[in-house]
Design a binder for this molecule. Structure first.
Ligand code: FEO
Ligand code: CA
Ligand code: CA
Length: 669
């Protein structure tokens, strides 16, 4: 039976509800963490970064504490931040500094594979055609030089790999979604618009980048692509499904938000708000569903209702409908929430879900600094209110010549506790760790094995006593010092009683950036942290620093974060529509910061109602790739709030933006 449009309530926010109501402690008071900050800057950042960016310690000035603060020579910083900051604004266009150019590239619907079906401006492409086109809502991204597997550093040809986080039902179909049960081909199209694009691109004679048509590397990975489960959860009874009775496989990757890339040349895509795609109407949901927010009503897009019915759609109904788990899809949600490794250089490769890295709302994934003969270390944030930051340390050491995905199958997953004195601890979530098991027992929680711990990573972190954060988004690791920066985008639900030193503001609508350095090696279990930046309006100060935000760098809701090879920190924002419309910040934007001096300049402002997310560059830093997601996201069918990038009266399309400097120089100079 069809329902009228008004009965179809689609959550288009892309944000999961708060699901952490655990009682592990928050710190009651803000304490003075200036001691920690001083240790941080003196112990690591100062000399290392100044030397790295080509400057030297010209002298020491005093900060407010009377302690010496690192100062770089006037020569080094302007060389990298010499552009004039762009103003905040509300234009339906990309704005970059004078002397730079920005061009849209590979928008949603670009023909990519197969018969290369052209994008139809009225959005009437079929599901089958979408499977051969670039997906919707671009997000995390990485440029792989075409010769990188042989040690090359091409800056003129490579594989651009990027995520498609979600879909906008008002834009993906000519007339939006009009019925429940859903029309199967509409659902097929929506599933195909999710996932990952691999695009073989090349710089042409006129300087423009183009897609290499008919390249065997061009590939779409979607919400239906066959994948394997790897690591401790593979074969668990809790991932047995009708599709995979031995618990070794699943179909698709969903809500691919941030990304990572490995030293061995593969891409990592992160499953963030995947829980909302499923429904489980059983009287009681298992903890693997309830702690992550699986609905007991309907999936976000009602995919489970697709008609005519087919197994590939019915799997979104995770209710117990069969005699056993091998007869239904009660465990399908347990095959999501992972980091997925994709080999972009092998078009036939089967993506691997790396379960050892934990199951949560993975925003992004970032490697710590590599050392030959030492474990690999990866960091990932769980973007939901009051969730956590995690670290994975491989069991096997890294050797450049033998490194590969096997390093991600065995190791220890830790969760962060930020102590109020500026120190921090990594708490092991390990079935063989006596302290962890004792804490679990004290909380009345038990785990059958490490697969059970990993399937319930959030619960494991609850009982371990991790620090609840203000929505951890992307992380970035300084290429020389190994210091780790993380965005905490916002958390309007934190109350004054829940404030702690690492999340120091109640009703935190603007967000902040935290950073730490590991004591000893990257794999250490203790660290020192401080707050790099409190976001906010002009005049916002970050206590204990000289930073006061101005008209050239005020910002809110920091999200994307990336260090370029020159040691500059790029910050992308994801303000809500109302924060962009009613706040002082204008449209979502991208800024660039010197991590030592905290000089910060706004580099880019995006078009109306977009999010700026995803960033990579060619090795010569002369082409910067940035993604613009959901321009015009308040649009309704036929009434578009943005027309970017095609202009006129066209529907808006997410797209990559290629940024170059008109004089051929380094981006950020
Ligand atoms: Fe997909 Fe947390 O942003
Ligand atoms: Ca994000
Ligand atoms: Ca966000």
């Amino acid at each position: 039976m069809s329902k009228p449009t008004t009965d179809v309530s689609i959550d288009n926010s892309g944000v999961d509800p708060q699901t952490n109501f655990s009682l592990n402690p928050t710190f009651a008071a803000i304490v003075d963490s200036r001691m920690a900050r001083r240790k941080f800057l003196k112990g690591s950042m100062g000399a290392a970064v100044a030397a790295f960016i080509g400057g030297s310690l010209a002298g020491c000035s005093s900060n407010n504490d009377g302690e010496p603060a690192p100062v770089v020579t006037p020569v080094a910083t302007p060389a990298l931040l010499g552009f004039t900051a762009v103003a905040a604004g509300r234009a339906d266009a990309i704005v970059v500094p004078q002397g730079y150019s920005a061009k849209a590239f590979l928008p949603w619907g670009t023909p990519l594979t197969g018969s290369y079906p052209p994008f139809l401006a009225d959005a009437s492409n079929s599901g089958s055609e979408q499977e051969q086109q670039v997906g919707m809502h671009h997000d995390g991204m990485h440029f792989f030089p075409i010769d990188s597997r042989s040690g090359g550093t091409s800056s003129t040809e490579g594989l651009l790999v990027f995520n498609h986080e979600y879909i906008d039902h008002n834009l993906i179909h000519s007339n939006g979604i009009d019925t429940v049960p859903r029309i199967a081909d509409q659902v097929r199209k929506e599933i195909a618009a999710h996932g990952v694009t691999v695009a073989h691109i090349q710089r042409q004679a006129n300087g423009d980048w183009g897609l290499v048509a008919n390249s065997p590397f061009n590939r779409r990975i979607t919400g239906a692509t066959p994948m394997q489960l790897a690591g401790p959860v593979r074969g668990s009874s809790k991932v047995v499904t009708k599709y995979s009775p031995d618990g070794s496989a699943t179909r698709g990757t969903l809500n691919n938000c941030g990304n990572g890339f490995t030293p061995w040349g593969t891409y990592l895509t992160c499953e963030e708000n995947w829980a909302g795609y499923f429904v489980n109407t059983d009287a009681e949901q298992p903890r693997e569903h309830s702690r992550y927010g699986v609905s007991d009503n309907n999936g976000r897009y009602f995919w489970e209702t697709a008609t005519p019915q087919a197994d590939v759609y019915q799997r979104f109904n995770a209710s117990s409908t069969g005699a056993t788990a091998a007869d239904d899809y009660r465990n399908e949600p347990n095959t999501f929430g992972w980091i997925v490794e994709i080999d972009p250089f092998n078009p036939d490769s089967v993506p691997q879900k790396r379960t050892a890295l934990g199951r949560f709302g993975h925003e992004g994934i970032i490697f710590g600094k590599l050392e030959e003969g030492k474990p690999v270390v990866l960091y990932s944030g769980d973007d939901s209110r009051f969730e956590y930051i995690y670290k994975f340390v491989s069991r096997a050491p890294y050797y450049k010549n033998t490194a590969g995905g096997h390093l991600l199958n065995e190791g220890t997953l830790y969760v962060a506790r930020f102590n109020d004195d500026g120190s921090g601890d990594w708490l092991a979530l390990d079935i063989n760790n006596a302290d962890f098991i004792a804490k679990a027992a004290a909380a009345g929680v038990s785990f059958a094995d490490q697969a059970d711990v990993l399937l319930n990573t959030r619960l494991a972190a609850d009982v371990a006593g991790a620090t609840k954060m203000d929505r951890p988004e992307w992380g970035a690791v300084h290429p020389e010092t190994g210091e780790v920066y993380f965005t905490l985008t916002n958390n309007s639900r934190r109350t004054a009683e829940q404030v702690d030193a690492a999340n120091p503001r109640a009703d935190n609508t603007e967000g902040h950036i935290i950073r730490w350095h590991e004591r000893d090696t990257q794999a250490a279990t203790t660290f020192d942290w401080d707050i790099f930046l409190l976001a906010g309006d002009v005049g916002t100060e970050t206590p204990g620093t000289d930073l006061t935000l101005s008209a050239e760098n005020h910002l809110a809701s920091p999200d994307g974060l990336w260090f370029d090879k020159n040691g500059l920190l790029w910050i992308q924002t994801d303000m809500s529509g109302s924060q962009q419309g009613e706040g002082p910040y204008g449209n979502n934007q991208m800024l660039v910061a010197d991590p030592v001096t905290r000089q910060i300049k706004r580099f880019l402002v995006g078009p109306t109602d977009c999010e700026v997310t995803g960033i990579s560059a060619t090795p010569d830093m002369k082409t910067l790739f940035v993604n613009i997601q959901h321009p015009g996201d308040r649009s309704t069918p036929g009434n578009f709030t943005s027309h970017w990038p095609d202009g006129g009266t066209n529907r808006p399309r997410s797209a990559t933006v290629i940024i170059t400097k008109d004089d051929g120089g380094v981006i950020g100079s």
